[in-house]
Design a protein around this ligand. Sequence first.
Ligand SMILES: C[S@@+](CC[C@H](N)C(=O)[O-])C[C@H]1O[C@@H](n2cnc3c(N)ncnc32)[C@H](O)[C@@H]1O
Ligand SMILES: O=C(O)C(=O)C[C@]1(C(=O)O)C=C[C@@H](O)C=C1
Length: 247
Amino acid sequence: MKHSPDRLFAQPLAEVPDFTFNEDVARVFPDMIKRSVPGYPTIVENIGVLAAQFAQPGTRLYDLGCSLGAVSQALRRHVRAEGCRVIAVDNSPAMLERCREYLHAQDAMFQELLRVETIEADILALELEPASLVAMNFTLQFIPPERRLELLGRIRQVLLPGGALILSEKLRFADAEEQALLGDLHVAFKRANGYSELEIAQKRSAIENVMKPDSLDEHRQRLQAAGFRKVLPWFQCLNFVSLIALP
Ligand SMILES: C[S@@+](CC[C@H](N)C(=O)[O-])C[C@H]1O[C@@H](n2cnc3c(N)ncnc32)[C@H](O)[C@@H]1O
Ligand SMILES: O=C(O)C(=O)C[C@]1(C(=O)O)C=C[C@@H](O)C=C1
């Protein structure tokens, strides 16, 4: 599959539009997310490894906000429980079209083992069914904050005993000094990955109205309010974290 380097914000824009997961973003997304999210390849691969410990035979594994299906592909590489089915959901037609192509390319190796169904839908409107694993890799931060508890509550309701939610998010920090330092370190990460000051600034203004990160405390409290009994971070790199939440 052909994907291109991310130069979406390289030229000065008269006005920076709000960030959306459109065709332009879908085309450069593998490069964009790898250069923007510290630890992304490690997180994705290890979601597969963790999922293999929670997946139960004959159950559903959800990948909510699947984008190009990186997590679904990792699930296929690692989960060995019999008769599981991956349900990959995204509301961006551009993302989902490419996701289907990538998964199709992987079918030859894994179709027998782990079937994948892709669904173009708003996860807030989707009827969830019983599942042993739900992964939301950098998706909740794009859900309107006032809808997050309700969504997590519905996920908690469908999770089977012994299952898990794996939730990865960008973090904000209540402490101003921590916020400033980790924000600066994240900018340094982007710079080290070849983004210019202009690209970093324009991406920030594109994303600030659409992506609303929470603090780790807010995540813990909300997950507990949604009925999860245990929340444990298994990965953090700078201001990006991944949590395991147990029903
Ligand atoms: C940062 S990307 C996720 C990256 C992906 N999980 C991965 O690991 O490569 C966020 C995705 O969530 C999707 N999304 C945002 N809001 C959504 C919603 N309400 N319903 C379904 N998908 C949504 C976006 O279209 C986008 O593809
Ligand atoms: O915080 C940023 O600047 C990011 O680029 C983060 C982030 C994300 O966490 O999902 C935002 C959107 C992009 O699609 C990829 C990465």
